[in-house]
Ligand binder design. Structure first.
Ligand SMILES: [Zn+2]
Ligand SMILES: [Zn+2]
Length: 281
C-alpha cells in the first residue's frame, strides 16, 4: 500500500501565524521539512483520507491528489477537522447532472452526536448531497477492495478518540496521530509493520500530575511514554507525527533535532514524519 503523510504538524502547526521566533522564521525560510501543516494521512490505493485539518485543500493540491472517495475521522478536534469545507469545494459543481457521487465520511457511532454537535456543517453538506455519513463501530472492519480498515477506539474512560488499523494482505499499518494517552492496547496492536503515532510532548512524564485537569497533556502521551510503548509493541517501524508547534520557541519541533532524538534508540527503527512523506508498505 502507498501512503502519504499530508500533514505532520500538531494542534499548532509550524510556523505559527504572526510569530517571529527563531523556529518559525527558520521554517518560513527553509520550508518542508521544517514547515508543518495539520495532521492528515492519505492512502493512495483506494483514495482514502484520514482527517481534514484546515490546510487540507493546500495539502491535496501540493501532492497532486486526483481523487478522494472516503474520509475517516479520528476525533472532532479542530486541528483534525477544520478543513472540512473541502467537501463543498470538491463537490459543488455545475451543472447539477455532473455532480459526483457523495464522498463517504466515516464517523464512529459512539462519537456521532459529539461530531454533529461540534461540526454542524457536516449535516449541511450531507443535506446538499456533497457527502454521505457512514457510522462505524469499534473494531468492525470495512473492506475497500484489497484494503481493510478497522476503526480502533482507544477506549479511554473520559473521551472518545480513534485510531485506524489499515491492512492489505499480510501488511499492517496503525495510524494513531493524536490523543493516545492511556489507550487500552490489545491484540489489534500486535505484529505491526508500521505504527504512525503522535510524537508526544517532551519532558518528564511525572510532570502531567502537576498540571491542571484541563491541560492538554492529559490528552497526549509524553515522548518518554511513547518510547516505552514502542518497546512493548515492537512494531517493525515507527513514524512519529503530530509534531506540535505549541512549544515552537523551544526546539521541540525542529526536524533536525528530532532526527537526532530518535537516533538515540536505533533498535526501535523510528523515523520523523514531514509533510509530503511517502511510504510504501
Ligand atoms: Zn514561533
Ligand atoms: Zn490533534
Amino acid at each position: 500500500m502507498k501512503l502519504i503523510i499530508l500533514g505532520s504538524g500538531g494542534c499548532e502547526a509550524i510556523p505559527r501565524p504572526l510569530c517571529h521566533c527563531r523556529n518559525c522564521e527558520k521554517s518560513r525560510d527553509k520550508g518542508i521539512p521544517y514547515t508543518r501543516t495539520g495532521p492528515s494521512l492519505f492512502l493512495e490505493d483506494e483514495a482514502i483520507l484520514f482527517d481534514t485539518p484546515e490546510e487540507t485543500r493546500i495539502q491535496i493540491e501540493r501532492e497532486k491528489i486526483q481523487s478522494i472517495k472516503h474520509v475517516f475521522y479520528t476525533h472532532w478536534h479542530p486541528d483534525h477537522t477544520q478543513g472540512l469545507r473541502i467537501f463543498e469545494q470538491i463537490q459543488s459543481v455545475y451543472p447539477e447532472e455532473q455532480k459526483p457521487d457523495p464522498i463517504k465520511v466515516y464517523i464512529p457511532e459512539n462519537a456521532y452526536e459529539e461530531f454533529m454537535d461540534r461540526l454542524p456543517a457536516l449535516k449541511y453538506f450531507e443535506m446538499m448531497g456533497f457527502i454521505s455519513i457512514v457510522k462505524t463501530n469499534d473494531r468492525l472492519p470495512i473492506a475497500f477492495g484489497p484494503i481493510i480498515i478497522t476503526p480502533i477506539d482507544f477506549k479511554r474512560a473520559d473521551r472518545t478518540r480513534y485510531g485506524y488499523l489499515i491492512e492489505e494482505k499480510n501488511k499492517k499499518v496503525f495510524y494513531a496521530p493524536c490523543s493516545i494517552f492511556d489507550w487500552k492496547v490489545d491484540g489489534y496492536y500486535n505484529n505491526l509493520d508500521l505504527l504512525i503515532m503522535e510524537k508526544g510532548w517532551d519532558g518528564k512524564t511525572q510532570l502531567r500530575e502537576t498540571l491542571p485537569k484541563n491541560h492538554y497533556w492529559h490528552d497526549h502521551a509524553s515522548f518518554e511514554e511513547n518510547i516505552l510503548e514502542i518497546e512493548k509493541l515492537q512494531p517493525k517501524k515507527v513514524i512519529i507525527t503530530h509534531i506540535d508547534g505549541s512549544r515552537h520557541k523551544t526546539i521541540d519541533g525542529d526536524h533536525d533535532l528530532l532526527i537526532k532524538e530518535v537516533e538515540k534508540n536505533p533498535n526501535l527503527n523510528i523515523d520523523v514524519a514531514f509533510d509530503g512523506m511517502k511510504i510504501e508498505i
